[in-house]
Design a protein around this ligand. Structure first.
Ligand code: DSN
Length: 428
């Protein structure tokens, strides 16, 4: 038995063994996926609580099942904590994921066929921002904006959201909704110019803050709530809660949003996850969370600078959030994102390959790698540690054909992880 949370699974050796192996993987290798984090034991305990037994279709005070008086209080607590955290008028905490939350907003605010302006997937946007592979593009008409061309002069960096393009596309297509927010974009996203453009063309504004919700809650990034009609996010990335989604909106949209989540999209909410969201919202309101999010950003900047020192090119020339989007071609023209991810996996460093703007390679192969600091900052790594991680990554990738090099890096990673185990008090 290696974790306190699987202590009750005593009669299922196969699963106990798999959980133990995943526990070891998460705590003995480096977790650099920008959309992951290490939740507190309290978040995990709530997710594994007795609330998983309860059916509660509907909303507090308006359920379709009996026995929900306590669940109502729990969901109200989560909503109250969330509106307080972001200063929002209304919260819906039932979305099972960020993708569900985004689609619910489209369903609430749009008619099929309406036009939406959002960031293109291969420029940093999300699948639900109208990718041809997503059902969103089959129901609504998406038009896209992108980033400015690459510019290697640090004084005038390129690969930033092209607000001239956002504006010209908005004027040309008159979208009913503009979507701000990204999934592979290392810069702060200012909600104000999006609001200005939305007002100019009479569009609604949705801010998808999936990646940066924690940075906003901690005060490290600007809060889009005063600017956007609706803000969506996931609860498990920088916000460090359970896997799930949530929506904030102005009161005027509250009824439509709630109806779109349930019964529009989902049936019974996951009240155990909603309880865990409530735990995370409380944790994010604590002053120590601001220190955490500031450290996440400082670590990403140190990580990016060290990667640049190893010969990697940072897309947009830097980072202002929790991630670094790496263009691998400067480091090694033959190295693809797919190979880099696989090599780093062997070396105990978990990352994900990612397209970069104007990537000549397919999304399955890619020329980029996305790394993030949210999880390992929770584990306690600081700027100097991330510089060491950059050196380990470069060593593994340079020596990728030599198993001895990979094993050596894996050993050094294990040593680092032993010093920074987020669940040190629970590991037996
Ligand atoms: N947007 C994906 C990510 O950032 O990992 C998840 O949908």
């Amino acid at each position: 038995m290696s974790s306190p949370f699987d202590a009750f699974i005593t009669n299922d050796d196969e699963l106990v063994d798999l959980l133990a192996r995943e526990w070891a993987r998460q705590t003995r290798t480096l977790q650099l996926i920008a959309s992951e984090n290490f939740t507190s034991p309290a978040v995990m305990a709530a997710t594994g609580s007795i609330l998983t037994n309860k059916y509660s279709e509907g909303y507090p005070g308006r359920r379709y099942y009996g026995g929900n008086s306590i669940v109502d209080e729990i969901e109200d607590l989560a909503r109250r904590r969330l509106t307080g955290l972001f200063g929002a008028e209304h919260a819906n905490v039932q979305s099972h994921s960020g993708a569900n939350a985004n689609v619910a907003v489209y369903q609430a605010l749009l008619e099929p066929g309406d036009t939406v302006l959002a960031m293109r997937l291969d420029q940093g946007g999300h699948l639900t921002h109208g990718s041809p592979a997503s059902m969103t593009s089959k129901i609504w008409k998406f038009v896209a904006y992108g980033v400015t061309p690459r510019n290697d002069d640090p004084a005038t960096p390129g690969e930033l959201i092209d607000f001239d393009h956002v504006r010209s596309m908005a004027l040309e297509h008159r979208p009913k909704l503009i979507v701000a927010g990204a999934t592979a974009y290392a810069r702060r996203i200012d909600p104000a110019p999006f609001r200005e453009i939305a007002d100019e063309v009479g569009a609604l504004l949705m801010f998808d803050s999936a990646h940066v919700a924690g940075l906003i809650a901690g005060g490290s990034h600007p809060n889009p709530v005063p600017y956007a009609d609706v803000v969506t996010f996931t609860t498990h990335k920088t916000l460090r809660g359970p896997r799930g989604g949530a929506i904030l909106c102005r009161d005027e949209h509250a009824k439509a949003i709630d109806m779109a989540v349930f019964p529009g999209q989902q049936g019974g909410p996951l009240e155990h996850v909603i309880a865990a969201k409530a735990v995370a919202f409380r944790e994010a309101a604590h002053p120590s969370f601001s220190q955490y999010t500031d450290q996440v950003v400082a670590n990403a900047q140190a990580f990016g600078a060290a990667l640049a020192g190893e010969g990697f090119r940072m897309v947009s020339g830097g980072t202002q959030n929790h991630m670094v989007l790496v263009d691998l071609r400067e480091f090694d023209a033959q190295l693809t994102g797919k190979v880099a991810q696989e090599v780093l996996d062997r070396a105990g460093i978990t990352t994900n390959r990612n397209t970069i703007p104007d990537d000549p390679r397919s999304p399955f192969v890619t020329s980029g790698l996305r790394v993030g600091t949210a999880a390992e900052t929770t584990a306690g790594l600081q700027e100097g540690d991330f510089a060491a991680v950059a050196a380990l990554m470069a060593r593994a990738l340079r020596g990728r054909d030599d198993d001895t090099v990979i094993e050596g890096v894996r050993g050094d990673v294990a040593e680092l992880c032993a010093a920074f185990n987020p669940y040190a008090n629970f590991t037996k």
